[in-house]
Ligand binder design. Structure first.
Ligand code: CO
Length: 205
């Protein structure tokens, strides 16, 4: 109970495997962090950002929360965004949702989950904004899939409107914001076909 020794054993095996594949890997990494990507995804245990994209430590800066939301005024995601853009100077911000998201489902079903309800307010706003479109889909599975997609799109908009991103674009810093969705059923990522590289592209979204 007090000692998760299997996790430490896994960790030693993992570190020695990386070290044998690339001697000096960790000492190189300890000198600097220069990731090209900033991932904003769901906390869901089935969506491990670096594993599903095949990246190594040092290659992706990651922020995860329930239902991958980036509401204006959220200190946590705003700080991560600022650090990613201004300090690490990532080139790509990827907002990645996933089908079957429990947080999005809770909004759709109107479940009372206390504190989580409060956190999920931005998703509830997305649901309300697109209510007619969702209702027209009829069955609940289709509505859930679509709301997961719409939530990604709206969070991409939030990222693009964040002062950190606007200021970066105004400085001429190259920065692309992508909207993706991951399917737990087949392990595959899908590009939702929106990639914003300048503020004037936002109305199109
Ligand atoms: Co989720």
């Amino acid at each position: 109970m007090r000692q998760l020794s299997h996790l430490f054993a896994n960790n030693r095996a993992w570190a020695s495997r990386l070290q044998s594949e690339d001697p000096g890997f960790f000492s190189k990494l300890s000198r600097q962090q220069a990731p090209e990507y900033f991932w904003i995804g769901c906390s869901d245990s089935r969506v491990p950002a670096t594993q599903i994209t095949g990246l190594l430590p040092g290659e992706m800066f990651v922020h995860r929360n329930v239902a991958n939301v980036v509401p204006p005024g959220d200190l946590n995601s705003s700080a991560a965004l600022q650090f990613a853009v201004e300090v690490l100077k990532v080139r790509h911000i990827i907002v990645c949702g996933h089908y079957g998201c429990g947080g999005v489902r809770a909004v759709l079903q109107g479940l009372g989950l206390g504190l989580v309800d409060h956190w999920l307010k931005p998703v509830e706003e997305v649901r309300r904004k697109h209510e007619a479109q969702l209702l027209a889909l009829g069955n609940e599975q289709a509505q859930l899939d679509r709301l997961c997609e719409l939530n990604v799109i709206e969070q991409v908009v939030n990222v693009c409107q964040a002062p950190t991103v606007r200021e970066a674009w105004a400085r001429g810093q190259p920065l692309a914001v992508h909207g993706w969705i991951y399917s737990i059923n087949d392990g595959l990522l899908r590009d939702l076909g929106l990639c914003v590289i300048a503020p004037d592209e936002l109305p199109r979204v």
